[in-house]
Design a protein around this ligand. Sequence first.
Ligand SMILES: C[S@@+](CC[C@H](N)C(=O)[O-])C[C@H]1O[C@@H](n2cnc3c(N)ncnc32)[C@H](O)[C@@H]1O
Length: 243
Amino acid sequence: MDNSQKITLREILEKIKQKPELQGIDNSIVSSAIEKYLKKNSIPIKILDNFREKEIKILVKDVRAQLHFISGQFFEISEKERADNYTKVKEILSSLNVKSILDIGCGLNPLFLASNYIEYNAIDINTSYIDKINSFFKKKGIKGKAFFYDLREIKPMSLPDVDVCVALKVFDVIEKRGHKLAEKIIKNTRCRYFLISFPTKTLSGKPMTHPQRGWIERLLQRLGFSFQFFKTKDEVFYLAEKV
Ligand SMILES: C[S@@+](CC[C@H](N)C(=O)[O-])C[C@H]1O[C@@H](n2cnc3c(N)ncnc32)[C@H](O)[C@@H]1O
């Protein structure tokens, strides 16, 4: 039985986004994940004219897994743990007395961290988060905005100059191998402080034996930052300051 069919990239994209939790991810991000899959498997686009059902299923599954990973859905934690983490972040931010924040890979953090005293800029690839955050800011009269920005394409001087850049549980998801992108982001973000965090649980939910990230400590030192380390039950934080 020949169950091969012609399918367009657009149709593949729509199929992938049928999962409700992936609907907010911007189409440009989904397209580049599909292209990455095709390239990795040496599949020329014209082959899509004759793609077998089974091959489509494998592609859709693989790309969805990539997108679940970058959207951080593997790091789900309880409400209580999340509340403890936000308390810690608020405590750190208020000790710095900052007037402006840039939250990179913000997720829905701004709904919990923003206040009327601080200008809050937030970026993400998930447009449903961006819309939610902007309506929340408008309703509460919070200064600042959320906008689409792909950190993998970061360019110098393209992000607002702020007092503190917050990167919570983001560096682990934006690059799987090496830390070149993290370095590029730190170099291209204009701020006095960085607040960077990482989850302390593995993808399978087990606590990590060594939750500290030696690589970020070395990178910060090399780039001329001093830092302090904090820990909650399921997250580790580095507060770095340019010296
Ligand atoms: C693990 S979640 C963390 C969300 C939030 N910072 C928090 O602490 O709950 C990772 C976030 O990074 C965003 N993200 C992933 N890749 C990105 C990229 N290339 N550029 C900007 N944001 C990205 C995801 O959409 C997601 O909101």
